[in-house]
Design a protein around this ligand. Structure first.
Ligand code: GLA
Length: 681
């Protein structure tokens, strides 16, 4: 399990991607002086430097990197040294054009940007072995080395490769998974549309087909792609562990479902010594701090709840978004400290100095094109100093109130074609339920559907477990949820969950196969709604009327009681939202797509069952999160996303760490500002 921290920092980490090879050496000295001014103590170095480090095959040039590292070392700035394996040099592709990945429609991508990698390529494996070994031998024991940054953002911009080499690798992967062709034919349901295989060599990746390809084959290919990249990560990690004993090895994730959809981060989280994540604010979205909070909670969760590290975010606008909306004054600090509140041991950026050339020259940076006489630079310096004041929170852990079940594999399966409605959207439901919990000021841990995947995977420590969209759920996952409820938990499940098994085959019997027992109902018929049409839900006395769109169901209760019924639409008169008392606990089911406010009405009842605190004394968009230290110290973060000052009640007294002020009974948080209180006792 991930548990390491970058070596030798002594404070929260602050810094960013440093790409000195883009600049003449005289700029480096200014860089270092500015880094010291801003309180930078960690930089990610060499991410895209392979062509500079190995300009000809086997001929290395480390001189420039030696000089940069010595300058950083002398300035006491630690190094997160990258292996540059996300962009092999042009000479590599000239020798091995077959290592360029192939898209589903058979197009081979070209060299000239980045991340053009076939993770099944033996030539790529051999080449990365060379450069990683050389780097490990040269710098593996350097005193400035804080950790290793393997590759960069596996999974983006492309992960899957459909070339012939990948096809052969896929067949080996399948043979290991299924053992026999009979088992594979059964798992893939190849009796449908006459797809039975009589020889392993007949199996191909799910390349472009005239109509919908076998969904089980596609799901396995997605798993295979994530596994193949993971095998290359493990290979690099093992080389580095050998040559650089004791130095943490990581790779930067993009756990936000808005940013990367191809990696099974539950599997990846177990393999890194420290979870690191990159997050880019969805600049144009309203209340985008909620998406940020979700990404931060996911980052912590894939590491089993341990502190993690935000390795990249932006000081302001981002070039690859449709509009590079600049951050408002104070927004960068709020973003950084929201990540810290949710478990990050610091805040780093892409990138240190804005590039003059290349595809990302209009991406914001710590040193912007405007130079140091700029708002961004002043805020960077301020943030460095604020993080300095928070050194004592290192190692403390974020306290969660509830759990949300999330699964990348289920998402991959649900997204495939020809589901009962093209409006079904796992990500949208996860975000909607997350936002409802956020608006109730509840901090969330994400959990995988099956236990055993992570340390401390027991659900019973959470009074509430929410399942926003779990189309694919194994019988084991269903059992786990049933035991959780029987033991006294409160479960809240949304529609189209528990429908198929791990092979994307419908569970035997009525829907929702894996969850029928725990929910105390069956779904007789799906009732997807016409685009733009809504249905009304009316409830027993004391509950408000609700409205739903996109999705409804004909639900038959078998132990559960209806709390809301459909008032109109295709399921009129039938149960819409139900409650099932089972053992010591309660399981709620929401069979329709409720908007965020209507969702809150159901959540309120589930929270009451779970006896979770009603935090309605806290203003909307005041983000309140706690971290608890080993010594029992509690740090309360209050991040005000409103323009106006707000006040919140404070449980007791404490010291506000950013201002040094004593506080008691209540806490004022300036508009757009952040307060961090070490609570007494
Ligand atoms: C990613 C990459 C960086 C850079 C940023 C820009 O996170 O890792 O190299 O391209 O995006 O936002």
């Amino acid at each position: 399990m991930p548990h390491a921290t970058p070596r030798g920092l002594g404070r929260l980490a602050f810094g960013g991607d440093y790409n000195p090879e883009q600049w003449p050496e005289e700029v480096w000295r200014e860089d270092i002086a500015l880094m010291r001014q801003a309180g930078v103590n960690l930089v990610s170095l060499g991410i895209f430097s392979w062509a500079r480090l190995e300009p000809r095959p086997g001929a290395f040039d480390f001189g420039w990197l030696d000089r940069v590292i010595e300058l950083l070392h002398a300035a006491e700035i630690r190094i997160d040294l990258a292996t540059p394996t996300v962009v092999p040099p042009a000479w590599f592709y000239r020798e091995h054009p077959e290592a360029l990945p192939v898209s589903r429609d058979g197009t081979r991508w070209a060299f000239g940007s980045r991340g053009a990698i076939c993770h099944s390529s033996p030539a790529y494996r051999e080449a990365i072995t060379g450069i990683v070994t050389a780097l490990g031998e040269r710098y593996g024991r350097h005193p400035a080395l804080a950790m290793w940054h393997v590759h960069n953002e596996y999974g983006v911009p492309v992960l899957e490769c459909y070339c012939d080499v990948s096809a052969a690798h896929f067949r080996r992967w399948l043979a290991e998974r299924y053992g026999s062709l009979d088992a594979l034919n059964e798992a893939w349901g190849t009796a449908f549309w006459g797809q039975g295989y009589g020889d392993w060599e007949e199996i191909q990746p799910p390349r472009l087909t005239p109509t919908v390809a076998n969904p089980a084959q596609r799901l396995d290919f997605a798993r295979f792609a994530s596994d193949s990249a993971l095998a290359n990560f493990r290979h690099e990690r093992e080389l580095l562990r050998e040559l650089s004993p004791g130095t943490p090895v990581t790779t930067n994730f993009m756990v936000s479902p808005t940013q990367c959809d191809s990696m099974d981060y539950w599997a990846w989280g177990r393999e890194v010594d420290l979870v690191t994540n990159d997050h880019y604010l969805v600049a144009e979205e309203d209340r985008n701090h909620i998406n940020l909070a979700m990404a931060a909670d996911l980052s912590r969760s894939v590491g089993g709840g341990r502190p993690w590290l935000l390795l990249e975010h932006s000081t302001s606008g981002v070039n690859w978004q449709r509009r590079g909306i600049a951050k408002r004054p104070g927004e960068m600090a709020r973003n950084s400290l929201a990540h810290v509140a949710r478990g990050s041991e610091g805040a780093l950026f892409f990138q240190w100095r804005a590039s003059r050339a290349g595809a990302e020259k209009f991406h914001s940076a710590m040193v912007p094109h405007a130079g140091t006489d700029s708002r961004i630079w002043r805020e960077v310096v301020q943030l460095g100093s604020d993080l300095g004041r928070l050194a004592e929170i290192r190692g403390s852990e974020t306290v969660a109130d509830a759990a949300v079940v999330w699964d990348w594999q289920s998402w991959w399966a649900q997204k495939l074609e020809w589901r009962p409605s093209e409006d079904l959207d796992t990500r949208e439901r996860a975000e909607a339920f997350y936002a409802a919990l956020y608006d109730r000021h509840l901090t969330v841990d994400f959990v995988p559907p099956e236990d055993g995947a992570l340390d401390g995977g027991a659900l019973d420590r959470y009074p509430l477990v929410v399942v926003p969209a779990l189309y694919l759920a194994s019988a084991r996952a269903g059992e786990r949820l049933r035991r959780y409820v029987e033991g006294g938990g409160t479960l809240l499940v949304s529609y189209f969950s528990g429908i198929v098994d791990e092979h994307d085959a419908v569970h035997p019997g009525p829907h929702p196969g894996a969850l029928r027992g725990v929910l105390g109902l069956t779904v007789e018929e799906f009732q997807p709604l016409h685009a733009g049409r809504a249905v009304r839900l009316t409830g027993s006395e004391g509950v408000p009327d609700l409205s739903a769109d996109t999705w409804a169901e004909t639900v038959v209760t078998r132990g559960a009681e209806p709390v809301w019924r459909y008032a109109d639409g295709p399921a009129a008169g039938g149960p819409a939202v139900t409650r099932h008392r089972l053992g010591e606990g309660t399981a709620w089911y929401v069979s329709a797509r409720l908007g965020r406010d209507d969702l809150d009405a159901v959540l309120a009842l589930a929270l009451a069952d779970a006896r979770l605190p009603d935090r309605d004394e806290l203003p909307r968009d005041l983000e309140v999160v706690r971290r608890r230290g080993g010594s029992g110290a509690v740090y309360l973060f209050a991040i005000n996303h409103n323009d106006a000052e707000v006040t919140m009640p404070l449980p007791g007294a404490g010291v506000e760490l950013l201002t040094g002020a004593d506080v008691a009974g209540k806490l004022g948080v300036p508009g757009g500002g952040v307060r961090v209180v070490r609570l007494a006792g």
